[in-house]
Write a protein that binds this ligand. Structure first.
Ligand code: ATP
Ligand code: MG
Length: 533
């Protein structure tokens, strides 16, 4: 951006421009993977603020995770628009802070983390399992005990503001006047209460923009209901609908295979997704391994071969043509799996091969090295703002400083807020997109990300689709989960399965693929594509 706001929409393709440049009123953007949803949404908001005079403080962008919120706020700042970016939970904290007395809380109420929840529940009933049940069901005795301690839990962060607004039309009017432009990313994943909250915040003819992809709805187990996306036009009559159909992320082979896999249960009939990026067209590789260990060894070996430049070269009449894998680093590889348990064999194999990796896991922020010390010493540190003080206390501990910095920046100079936020952000995502390491991720955790080379292990009946004893299958959702995973790949996609279980039935829908055999190198033949493993 050259600083001339007139050109903001020039950075978008025609479909993205139509979506971003659309004026007020309800707007639904239906967009497949890799079509630039975040880019479109940030440009839309920046365009509204910088080019159409929407006051920045009347804009509210809502995301589902803290990381997504941070990323969006950063991108908006680069474009020159400082607007409120919140998660549903942080929005709830804000509403509760502004109206704490109305729900019987003090101005310095706290947010209970899961351990604290169980502890509180135990005070009313004793037994550990029973305590977890009370928490899960939001039992009244447990909620009463929480309130007596001036605490709320995560569930309350949506439930209490919703109850408050549902009983107070005056507050609804006030918030509607305050946030006149609301955008929600990943709208396919809203649950009923989040939806009701949105419905209150945005009138049916209001400026609500929802963007998402019904085929990437993968959070039903958490209460998300893709039905809200599908009936957006009924809920917001006269809504404008824009489709984004150009995929910039993946090769044609990856896009074709992913569409084939999702099509039996697609929620976007007749979906178009046109691969426009320059990512080659290597066929999807399918590998059958004898065991989970052998499968993990295949992954490690393949990564080594790619990094060593000994594979993936297409031999065209004897001439070696580059397929774009040159210059790849560790961070360009991701290994995805359905359940966290599957990561063990991968960790062992990568460790044995000396390949650096990182696993996405959600740790408690206070358990991270250095953080507890900083929080303890904070009240005695000199400095104007929370972030100054953290910097002073952290000293050489840059890692801990970086972890706390986003929270501290949010909090300005009011400590109470920092402590509440600390409890809220009690889980930190320790996966660092900038680290040069191979990423090990569950399929759920891979949402929204992209990598040149992607492996999906355990493509087996029972794992994908996953079957829990005593639980209903949700084959459509499992299919969408594989769709999400496959569409993370830019250039090369490998699906593997072992002899432990039958092949995933989803593989039958793949269309074209290339079987990748054992470690035995094949003989190179001129004029054909040869893989060396
Ligand atoms: P997902 O559904 O997986 O979250 P998405 O729709 O959010 O996908 P993005 O991650 O925003 O997609 O974009 C995918 C890739 O396409 C990114 O690398 C982005 O930089 C690139 N991209 C988006 N729009 C354009 C464009 N107009 N021109 C070139 N590249 C683009
Ligand atoms: Mg995205």
């Amino acid at each position: 951006v050259d600083g001339k706001p007139a050109g903001l929409l020039e950075w978008l393709d025609p479909e993205q421009r139509e979506a971003a440049g659309s004026g007020g009123g309800p707007l639904l953007i239906i967009a497949g993977p890799g079509t630039g949803k975040t880019r479109t949404l940030t440009h839309r908001i920046a365009h509204l603020v910088l080019e159409r005079g929407a006051p920045a403080d009347e804009c509210l962008a809502i995301t589902f995770t803290r990381r997504a919120a941070e990323e969006m706020a950063e991108r908006l700042e680069v474009l020159g628009a400082r607007v409120t970016v919140a998660t549903f939970h942080s929005l709830g904290v804000r509403i509760l802070q502004e109206h704490h007395a109305d729900v019987g809380l003090s101005p310095s109420f706290g947010v209970a983390d899961p351990d604290r929840q169980v502890e509180v529940a135990r005070t009313v009933c004793g037994d550990d399992k029973e305590a977890r049940r009370l928490v899960a069901e939001g039992a009244e005795v447990y909620k009463k005990a929480l309130r007596a301690l001036d605490l709320v839990d995560f569930d309350d962060l949506v439930g209490l503001p919703l109850g408050l607004l549902e009983s107070r039309p005056d507050l609804v009017d006030a918030y509607r006047a305050r946030f006149r432009w609301i955008s929600v990313d990943e709208y396919q994943d809203v649950d009923e209460r989040q939806y009701r909250l949105l419905e209150l915040l945005a009138p049916s003819d209001g400026n609500l923009t929802a963007i998402g992809d019904p085929d990437q709805a993968i959070y039903r187990f958490r209460g998300a209901d893709v039905g809200f996306f599908l009936r957006f036009q009924e809920d917001f009559p006269g809504a404008r609908v824009v489709h984004l159909t150009r995929n910039y992320r993946s090769s044609p082979a990856v896009v074709r295979g992913a569409l084939n896999v999702v099509s039996p249960s697609t929620l976007v009939p007749g979906r178009a997704l046109e691969p426009l990026g320059d990512h080659g067209d290597a066929p999807i590789g399918v590998h059958h391994a004898a065991s989970e260990q052998a499968e993990a060894a295949f992954v490690a070996r393949t990564i080594e071969q790619v990094l060593g430049g000994t594979s993936f070269h297409a031999f065209d009449s004897g001439r070696v043509t580059s397929d774009g894998t040159q210059g790849l680093g560790f961070s360009d590889f991701a290994v995805l799996y359905r359940t966290d348990r599957q990561s063990k064999a991968l960790v062992d194999a990568l460790t044995r091969s000396g390949l650096p990796f990182q696993k996405r896991s959600h740790d408690r922020l206070l358990d991270r090295p250095g953080v507890a010390r900083i929080v303890r010493e904070l009240p005695f540190a000199a400095g104007e703002s929370v972030v100054d003080r953290i910097k002073a206390v952290a000293g050489e501990d840059h890692a801990a400083y970086e972890l706390l910095k986003p929270l501290a920046l949010d909090c300005g100079t009011d400590f109470e807020r920092f402590h509440t936020t600390l409890a809220l952000g009690v889980e930190v995502d320790t996966w660092d997109p900038r680290a040069d390491r191979i990423s090990l991720l569950t399929l759920h955790a891979s949402k929204g990300l992209e990598f040149p080379v992607v492996f999906i292990v355990g493509c087996e009946d029972g794992l994908l689709p996953l079957r829990w004893p005593g639980q209903d299958d949700d084959t459509d959702e499992e299919r969408r989960l594989l769709f999400v995973g496959m569409t993370r790949a830019q250039r090369h996609l490998f699906l593997s399965h072992t002899s432990a279980r039958p092949r995933s039935p989803f593989l039958a829908d793949l269309g074209d693929f290339r079987r990748i055999g054992d470690a035995q190198p094949q003989r190179r033949r001129a004029g054909t594509q040869v893989s060396l493993f």
